[in-house]
Write a protein that binds this ligand. Sequence first.
Ligand SMILES: *Cc1c(COP(=O)(O)O)cnc(C)c1O
Length: 361
Amino acid sequence: MIPAAAYVELDINALRHNVGRVKELAPKSKIIAVIKANAYGHGLELVASNLAAQVDAFAVARIDEALRLRAANIQGRILVLQGFSGPDELLLMQHNQLEAVIHSEQQVDLLETENLPAGLPVWIKIDTGMNRLGFRPEQFSDVLQRLLQCRNVQAEINFMTHFANADDLQDDKTTRQLQLFNATTKGCAGLRSSANSAAIIAWPATHQDWVRPGLMLYGASPLLNQSARQLELLVVMNFYSRIVVIKQVKKGEAVGYGGSWVATKDILLGVISIGYGDGYPRYAKPGTPVLINKQRVPLVGRVSMDMITVDLTGHTDIKTGDQVLLWGAGLPVEEIAGYADTIPYTLLCGITRRVQVIVKK
Ligand SMILES: *Cc1c(COP(=O)(O)O)cnc(C)c1O
């Protein structure tokens, strides 16, 4: 097969290494690998099948993602973070042995009124300050009692919460959320889970029975002031394309849509086959680096659907057809995210279907 211009190379050994880092950081906790949104753009089935032996459970956001995992013969525990929203989904979850996060009164009502062939494993989500999903602490004991008495619920009920600010080491909100979670569930039989990647790394007191790493599994840092390298995480996704053509642009000429970038001297321009149609961020600013032959060269002009342009002036060794790294080992996705006023999460999960996937084992 002729290689596509734009492709991601996924390093499975790096993925496995990063699970090992989670184990080193939280040695007493079980691991729920978070693989929602197509495993942060890395491929749901691919990531699940390669991690199944190393982790204790998977988490996805929605039922359709969990069903894809079952269809791919992933047989272990799968948490659905948004749970079910109607009787059909409830039955489907039970039928496929999925575990539901219970966060709303409607879900409890449904569990009490439906008639399932066997009990559903559930996790009660407590909202300790994120104000997104979950019961308020004052609702918790009532919900727990109802679920304990519900014949459609499996006996062991687990508890979870989610942190809003764990990536900010100066902010004591994480500590306050943890204290509220612990006080709310105090003395209740059941396992606890609160830590996302940032909390696994920065807030050891949050590790509890189960940790829920997402971003760090893919080798990106969730913390602003610490790089993946410093955290000993290895990059999984390397995003490549190549140079389509190299040409001269004269001083005073504009490059790209809108003509917003104008050459202030004669330059050598490289046109690269990558754009927002592949998931390269439309809002990457001029100056955003790409890596060619281990050299950083700056983006100039606007990102278009299929192409970007870079300034190759002075890089006489760079030729048409040369490989270009958009992000990956040696060019952190966190850094590119900074140039595009976004976070590494959006870049990773934004890779589109046009991009070829190459798996490096
Ligand atoms: C996405 C998600 C995670 C993982 O978060 P990361 O920051 O990627 O580690 C954990 N828990 C819940 C509830 C989530 O939605």
